[in-house]
Design a protein around this ligand. Structure first.
Ligand code: SAH
Ligand code: SF4
Ligand code: F3S
Length: 445
């Protein structure tokens, strides 16, 4: 039996990490990796369900991939991840050529599931309260950055969000498994660790909380940076903030999703904090970590979001001054609580609101980046930019994409770059022209 595997990944970093997990499992089951679907006997699409748009895009892609089955009937086409869990059997009704639908807690048995799927359409969508895959070894893609999931699932049940329904209950990996993964990644040559979890700072294994985990990871040799995403504002303890300040490998950047600047919207979103509490938290983080960069997630057009609510979000973003922000149009997700509430903001108005926030954020990001001109950014080198092989890029400590003329540096080096100019999306070293670098390397605004 031919065993050539192709995995395509959509969604957040947790899905990227899950694909690496599946790859690791299937490597050991004797599969070889191929880079293109038309060379594969098993095609897996790891999917996202966070917004309607994500699912629409994946339907389109599945339509294309079914063509491989027409030409080569032996091909196994499988869908994994959050959309698989969200739609379950409905996905097979909609795309009858599918052989396998496997949710985020079904990956341990993937080799057997694929064998079953060769015989008949197979569904594995039971969620687990305990599965963490902590004992498995992911096959990580090359680069400087290793994704390490330290927890799975989410218990917050924000009313707009599908994640608790498709990823199940919150559970943390045993601390031994996390540290073994960090050490393993270091031994493989990775320089940066990114701890992943939907509420990553809610991590707990016995007495070991997120703060203690950072402290222990901070001692692993070979790793120069430890990042994490996404912390939840309500789970950000003083201990965690102290750890951010104390661990020299944890850079001064926190992604802290706000979602809305209006208390009434925050309450209906069930975010469990007020704007005042969020602002106070930002103050505590800024006092503990001077010069810290903050980024955020915002949703516009949540049911009932009035012009005043939206204005409050605008004001909040301006007052706090995020280095960057991801802004999304609200998308009702069947199963999540708010999908039962009538939408009050039409598409045109959502577009108006998102455009305004993105424009304003661009201005803020530009000012923040221009303030770095003349200073030295410590850059962890990632490689050449797509546009110009002589210009390389990496992230600064503040997680800003920084472009510099290549003079023999290697991937993984930590180098000082004097910032000579800036765009809303990047810091540019001496001799790099703004025009040569667009937002393509990194779509953050
Ligand atoms: N666990 C993270 C968020 C993960 S999802 C947290 O709580 O911050 C990433 C982002 O997608 C969210 O922060 C939110 O801004 C956005 N999002 C989630 N559900 C959405 C929906 N139904 N419509 C639009 N945006 C959504
Ligand atoms: Fe979704 Fe809220 Fe959980 Fe984040 S914290 S994953 S937004 S339910
Ligand atoms: Fe999407 Fe699932 Fe991540 S819904 S954003 S891939 S947790």
């Amino acid at each position: 039996m031919e065993r050539r595997l192709y995995i395509e990944t959509y969604g957040c970093q947790m899905n990227v990490a899950d694909s690496e997990l599946m790859q690791g499992l299937l490597d050991r089951a004797g599969y070889t990796r191929v880079e293109r679907a038309d060379e594969a006997d098993v095609i897996l699409v790891n999917t996202c369900a966070i917004r309607e748009h994500a699912e629409q895009r994946i339907y389109g892609r599945l339509g294309e991939l079914t063509r491989h089955k027409l030409r080569r009937p032996g091909v196994v086409l499988g869908v994994a991840g959050c959309m698989a869990q969200h739609l379950r059997a409905k996905l097979i009704e909609r795309v009858p050529q599918l052989d396998l639908v496997v949710g985020p807690d079904g990956y341990r048995h993937l080799p057997e599931l694929i064998d079953e799927a060769r015989e008949e359409p197979t569904l594995a969508v039971r969620l687990s309260r305990v599965e963490t895959y902590g004992d498995l070894v992911p096959a990580r893609a090359d680069g400087v950055r290793a994704w390490v999931s330290i927890m799975r699932g989410c218990d917050k049940f924000c009313t707009f969000c599908i994640v608790p329904y498709v990823r199940g209950r919150e559970r943390s990996l045993p601390v031994g498994d996390v540290l073994r993964q960090v050490e393993h990644a270091a031994a493989e040559g990775f320089r940066e660790i990114v701890f992943l979890g939907q509420t990553v700072n809610a991590y707990r294994d016995g007495d070991v909380d997120f703060a203690e985990l950072l402290a222990r990871a901070n001692r692993v040799e070979g790793i120069v940076r430890i990042r994490f995403t996404s912390p939840h504002p309500s789970d950000m303890s003083d201990r965690a903030i102290e750890a951010l300040a104390a661990c020299e490998k944890v850079p001064p950047h926190v992604h802290l999703p706000l979602q809305s600047g209006s208390n009434s919207v925050l309450e209906r979103m069930r975010r469990t904090y007020t704007m005042e509490e969020y602002t106070a938290l930002v103050g505590r983080i800024r006092r503990a970590v001077p010069g810290v960069a903050l980024s955020t997630d915002i949703i516009v057009g949540f049911p009932g979001e009035t012009a005043e609510d939206f204005e409050a979000t605008r004001v909040a973003m301006r007052r706090i001054g995020f280095e960057s922000a991801f802004v999304f149009k609200y998308s009702p997700r069947s199963g999540a609580r708010s999908a039962e509430w009538p939408e009050t903001v039409d598409e045109e108005e959502k577009t108006r609101r998102i455009t305004l926030l993105i424009e304003e954020q661009k201005g803020t990001s530009l000012l923040k980046n221009q303030a770095d001109i003349g200073s030295i950014a410590q850059v962890l080198v990632e490689g050449p930019t797509r546009r110009n092989p002589l210009e390389w890029f990496g992230k600064s400590a503040h997680f800003k994409t920084t472009v510099f003329p290549h003079r023999g540096e290697s991937v993984g080096d930590l180098i000082p770059v004097r910032v000579a100019s800036a765009t809303p999306h990047a810091l540019l070293g001496e001799g790099v022209r703004a025009a040569s670098f667009a937002a393509t390397e990194d779509a953050t605004v």
